[in-house]
Design a protein around this ligand. Structure first.
Ligand SMILES: [Zn+2]
Length: 301
């Protein structure tokens, strides 16, 4: 889904990226399905998504992620491009543009957009990433670009893009998707889905889980053509709640031809020797000592 989103951004900035011209015609099923995707999608060795085996990860003691300006409010656009729902416009927030620091990187990564993956019918098949073979009803990708690089340049960097993946689980809290609910309903109407809806006073913090300090990290790729291997993927360990009503709204979003609606989930890809890093939850009383003792985090509390 990333690449469709990037295409949208390219169009906005009037960039002509000729190399993407042959990547317009793809889908998640049928003739142009993911098993037919070409280029790095079929030849790459560091592809996303993956199934994370939590018994085979390397524990790391990176600093926690700082979600800077995620508590600011601003105007964003909600758009259904036929393949996903994209929330964009953060790059127009000026000094309030949300960004991430911390973790394994010394760089800042600026939030460009977020989008959603989900399944039409199966609660256990809507996420792209899996944890120990278990899938979730949906997954949000928060797409960040390395500060100082434009979107095209970032694709040529091994760490040009940072994606924070949120796993959605069904629960009582509707907070994460509440700002979009009304627009999800508008998108149900035929032919209105692809008209961007403006959401005022959006605060991106509302989509984050309560705890963001524990996460899995690995070297990955865009999960859509051309599958560029420029992505530091971070999957937060704590899932985010959405209601079954909100999931149903997502599933009812239509675009042009209802018969074309399908899942927007790429199957998990082989690790090919890559290691998944795990940053455990910070224990405030032991955080200083834990830097010296690598076993502190493995204890159960
Ligand atoms: Zn995505």
């Amino acid at each position: 889904m990333f690449f469709q989103c990037l295409l949208f951004l390219f169009a906005l900035s009037s960039l002509k990226a000729a190399f993407i011209a042959n990547e317009f015609n793809w889908q998640y099923s049928s003739f142009y399905g993911s098993d037919k995707w070409e280029g790095l999608c079929s030849t790459g060795k560091s592809q996303s998504p993956i199934d994370i085996n939590t018994t085979d990860v390397d524990t790391v003691h990176y600093s926690k992620l700082n979600f800077v300006n995620y508590d600011k409010n601003g105007s964003v656009d909600l758009n259904d491009n036929g393949l996903t729902v994209i929330v964009s416009g953060f790059d127009s927030w000026g000094k309030n543009q949300p960004y991430i620091t911390g973790g394994s990187s010394k760089h800042e990564y600026e939030l460009i957009q977020l989008h959603i993956h989900w399944s039409q019918h199966d609660d256990e098949k809507g996420s792209e990433h899996a944890i120990n073979g278990k899938y979730y009803p949906a997954e949000v990708h928060l797409l960040h670009v390395k500060k100082g690089f434009n979107h095209v340049e970032a694709l040529s960097q091994p760490d040009g893009i940072l994606v924070v993946a949120l796993l959605l689980t069904l629960g009582n809290s509707s907070k994460a998707f509440a700002p979009f609910e009304d627009d999800f309903k508008t998108m149900l109407l035929p032919f209105f889905g692809n008209i961007p809806e403006s959401v005022e006073n959006y605060q991106p913090k509302t989509i984050l889980p309560s705890y963001t300090d524990s996460y899995y990290q690995y070297k990955g790729s865009l999960t859509t053509p051309g599958c560029y291997e420029s992505v530091v993927f971070i999957v937060l360990a704590e899932p985010v709640s959405m209601t079954s009503y909100q999931l149903e709204l997502l599933r009812n979003i239509r675009h042009y031809d209802p018969s074309e609606v399908s899942d927007n989930v790429r199957p998990v890809q082989p690790l090919n020797g890559r290691r998944v890093l795990f940053r455990p939850k910070t224990n405030s009383t032991k955080s200083k000592r834990s830097r010296k003792s690598k076993h502190v985090y493995t204890k159960k509390h």
